[in-house]
Design a protein around this ligand. Structure first.
Ligand code: BTN
Length: 246
């Protein structure tokens, strides 16, 4: 099926650029890729370092025919699909840390930022932005990224061609968008999630507002919420928060 791909040298944020296109009625799927971003954004209003050093900054605009209550499952679904792609392409075991961190060797190799406009109880415009580290920044990982970030290129012996990589990512995400519609009850999501879940059976702390909650990772529910097994043996679900592994 047809897909529009826009490639740019520079942009504020590929998510914002994609949203501008779709909110003006552009056909989907639409893909925006930029060599660098001047205002790359991450989750929780954070900046996303977006130097022109060969990393992939890519956003997909889609119009899935699903109710808004499935929105929170999109990021996890794309995440596990990207893990699956990396695992089959490179001899690595990537993991996903709820809800949107892609990890390699416990370090962050990428992230996903999904943004949507809801209209009369349906998803109108949807953008899914992926920032994927392929190379180390010119000055190495500094500041809060030191010891916490990693690039795919640091762990694969074969050099990664960004064009091949981008094509593989586009192919996988577009096919994942199709299977997403069919996975109404989150069965496939739960299966893949279990395979790549960085929190599986691990003791974790969830920072939820100002409250710290501890428990053991027990996967996600069909709505994309994090499940924690608490001290009393009960499972509890969380829709938001920041997880750290003990
Ligand atoms: C996160 O881990 O907090 C999510 C990071 C998402 C970064 C990507 S890069 C392409 C797209 N454009 C943005 O401004 N953000 C996403």
């Amino acid at each position: 099926s047809a897909c529009t791909i826009i490639t740019l040298d520079t942009v504020d944020s590929t998510n914002d650029e994609a949203m501008r296109h779709v909110s003006q009625g552009a056909k989907t799927p639409l893909v925006v890729i930029s060599r660098e971003q001047t205002k790359g954004r991450g989750r929780l209003g954070r900046d996303w370092l977006s130097e022109p050093n060969g990393n992939l900054y890519i956003t997909f605009a889609l119009r899935p025919n699903v109710p808004p209550d499935r929105l929170a499952t999109i990021t996890p679904w794309i995440g596990v699909n990207l893990c699956d792609l990396f695992a089959s392409y490179y001899r690595i075991t990537p993991q996903i840390k709820w809800p949107n961190d892609l990890l390699i060797n416990g370090r962050k190799a990428g992230g996903i930022l999904t943004e949507a406009r809801i209209d009369a109880d349906r998803i109108r415009d949807l953008v899914i932005g992926c920032g994927l580290n392929l190379a180390r920044p010119a000055r190495g990982w500094t500041g809060e990224l030191a010891g916490r970030a990693i690039a795919l290129g640091e762990v694969t012996p074969t050099p990664i061609d960004i064009n091949h990589f981008a094509a593989a990512v586009i192919g996988r995400v577009l096919s994942a968008a199709q299977t997403f519609q069919a996975d109404e009850h989150g069965k496939k999501l739960a299966q893949l999630w279990e395979r790549y879940d960085a929190l599986h059976h691990r003791e974790v702390t969830l920072l939820h507002g100002r409250t710290e909650i501890t428990g053991h990772g027990a996967g996600i529910d069909s709505g994309g919420a994090l499940l924690l097994k608490r001290g009393n043996g009960q499972h509890q679900r969380f829709h938001a928060g920041e997880v750290t592994i003990a």
